[in-house]
Write a protein that binds this ligand. Structure first.
Ligand code: SAH
Length: 367
């Protein structure tokens, strides 16, 4: 058993099964043994790889996207560039390099990172050593005012609740112990969940079927919406997930680029769940903010010019780097890799009515 498994076993032994969200929160965020607290999980040598780690073009295009929104909003000065869960700081560093020639922006811009992992904060410090950066534990600590907020593969790491259909109806799924007390197992509790957490389209889900909800994600979507509707410029959410709320189980554990059991190696494997973009969008919309998307990541990056920029870099690079750039771009936009599964949604304030990358949705826009 890992140290965290001992801690969890004691806790469940003392006070009974805990909701999946509590299990996930401890597995990822326990101050001593949590997955994100103790190591850098990213990159080829880590457990998983993300868009900015695949190609520098990813962060560059997002930097340009931010400047385009900022200009539409009348180029406010000062402006904050905020990132939620910045990993190694690669996206932010690539974004800032891409906009260095837009002096009015770089001079107006303060960088704020929302990050809970001390290990990753150190990586970010290194990646952004030439910039003025302020770190925060939560978004609420970032001062108000005109801002651009980026969240890439942040929402998928937030704890989810699972509800399971039983003979008696929907029940909260929890993590308990087997009779010998030496292994974790899923159980359901006896209380019916509050009706408001389940969407109306779940009729017909058979016994055993699951629905996942992310209360922490909804809370942050509400905060993002309120901030954008107030003085904000734009927020960009990129993640893997679904455009409609639907039943299904997506909670997964990944260690060393391989899927593993969610209930074993707790604290050593990354735990994530697909993001329910419909749920995030409808929570944010309650604040009156404009919502664009979600659109597939492949569509978004293609509209921003990923191919032209990749070809431009490849033409100047040696053969090996040119191949890496091209396979990286394919991985980001290809329908068979990240291009369809990953989605992009923007929330914009009053000044921004035409964020780049969402042209394909022009006629379906929800306001
Ligand atoms: N955006 C980065 C990293 C994605 S991994 C990239 O694309 O490469 C998820 C990131 O979110 C990590 O930096 C992790 O430490 C951070 N994180 C996870 N839960 C968090 C929380 N509750 N608050 C702030 N940051 C969190």
């Amino acid at each position: 058993m890992t140290p965290l498994e001992h801690k969890l076993r004691d806790r469940i032994g003392r006070s009974g099964p805990i909701p999946v969200s509590e299990f996930m929160a401890m597995a990822l965020g326990d101050p001593v043994h949590g997955y994100y607290r103790k190591s850098d999980p990213l990159g080829a040598k880590g457990d998983f790889i993300t868009g900015p780690e695949i190609s520098q073009v990813f962060g560059e295009l997002i930097g340009l996207w931010c400047v385009h929104c900022w200009q539409q909003a009348g180029a406010p000065n000062p402006v904050k560039l905020v990132e939620l869960g910045p990993g190694r700081g690669t996206l932010m560093s690539d974004a800032l390099r891409a906009v260095t020639t837009v002096h009015a922006f770089t001079e107006a811009c303060d960088i704020h990172l929302v990050e809970t992992s001390p290990v990753l904060r150190r990586c970010q410090e290194l990646a952004l050593k030439d910039h003025r950066v302020t770190w925060h534990e939560v978004l609420e600590h970032v001062p108000a005012g005109p801002e651009l907020i980026i969240a890439n593969e942040f929402f998928d790491a937030l704890p989810i609740d699972q509800y399971q259909m039983t003979e008696a109806g929907w029940r909260l799924r929890c993590v308990g112990l087997n009779p010998a007390g030496d292994r974790f197992r899923f159980v359901t509790n006896h209380k019916a969940p509050d009706k408001t957490v389940l969407p109306p389209n779940l009729d017909g889900v058979p016994v055993g079927g699951l629905f996942e909800a992310c209360p922490a994600g909804l809370q942050i979507a509400g905060t993002l919406g309120a901030r954008m509707a107030d003085e904000g410029i734009a927020a960009l959410i990129i993640d893997y997930g679904h455009a409609r709320s639907e039943a299904g189980e997506t909670l997964q554990a990944v260690q060393n680029h391989t899927y593993c059991d969610v209930l074993t190696n707790v604290g050593e494997a990354d735990l994530t769940a697909h993001v329910d973009f419909a749920a995030l969008g409808s929570r944010a919309k309650q604040t009156g903010v404009r919502i664009y998307g979600p659109v597939p990541q492949g569509t978004f990056l293609t509209e921003l010019g990923i191919e032209a920029r990749t070809n431009q870099l490849a033409a100047r690079a040696n053969k090996r780097t040119a191949t890496l750039l091209k396979t990286g771009a394919h991985r980001l936009i290809g329908a068979d890799s990240m291009g369809m599964l990953f989605k992009v949604m923007a929330l914009t304030g009053d000044g921004v009515s035409n964020p780049a990358g969402f042209e394909s949705l022009l006629h379906q826009r929800t306001e």
